[in-house]
Design a protein around this ligand. Structure first.
Ligand SMILES: [Zn+2]
Length: 224
């Protein structure tokens, strides 16, 4: 019995080590080995597209994988009525990931903004090939698009959950890219104080407007 136990512990540890990814370079010039593919869905989240996932566009670093799933689990109790949708991450081997400039070493993740419908229910932003899997959606200045409005409270809760799960593993979020004009609504949420104190947001407008999605880069050490 004792031998059996020792053996299974050995295999568990062996398994844990085998799963660890190795990233190289930077998010804008890099690659990755032993990346992990994100699940298509969970209790409170879905992928932006089964087609894009099938095409291999949702692979991440193993630590990022653990962080993402842990934050969704945390949100099941923190924001039980809310649903989330993740978007582009990267290829299994990393490298160039058009049309993105980054997403090259498993440490960049895009998330679609969580939205409320006209009666205040948390719903998924529609993402399909005809709106470039959601990336073509344009919100107005305060966050309205058709009958959807950005759920800043639930988005802020998600960023806090990501930050906490990342810190727990001894890492940090490098940055969160989201429309600089709309960040004030996140800071006005009940998570604003935490975000202000702990999370670095992009301050200059980036090459594409980040209104329908937010981009997160994780600060996890990589090989050169
Ligand atoms: Zn991105």
């Amino acid at each position: 019995m004792r031998i059996l136990l020792a053996l299974s512990v050995f295999f568990l540890i062996e398994h844990a080590f085998a799963e660890k990814s190795i990233c190289y370079g930077t998010t804008s010039s890099g690659r990755i080995e032993k990346a992990v593919k994100l699940p298509g869905s969970g209790k409170n989240f879905v992928a932006y597209s089964a087609v894009a996932r099938g095409a291999g566009r949702t692979w991440v670093h193993s630590d990022v994988y653990d962080i993402l799933l842990e934050s969704y689990r945390f949100l099941e109790t923190e924001q039980p009525e809310k649903v989330y949708k993740y978007a582009e991450t990267g290829f299994a081997a990393g490298g160039k990931f058009k049309p993105h400039k980054t997403h090259q070493n498993g440490l960049s993740v895009d998330f679609m903004v969580p939205v409320l419908n006209e009666i205040g229910q948390s719903v998924h932003l529609p993402t399909h090939p005809f709106n470039k899997f959601g990336y073509n959606i344009e919100f107005d200045k305060i966050g309205n698009y058709k009958n959807y409005k950005i759920d800043y409270e639930s988005m802020a809760a998600h960023i806090v959950a990501l930050d906490k799960a990342t810190r727990k593993r001894g890492y940090t979020l490098w940055r969160v890219i989201f429309d600089p004009d709309m960040q004030k609504y996140l800071l006005a949420s009940s998570y604003g104080e935490y975000l202000q104190a702990n999370v670095t947001f992009s301050t200059k407008p980036s090459w594409v407007r980040h209104d329908e999605h937010y981009h997160v880069d994780f600060e996890i050490p990589c090989e050169p």
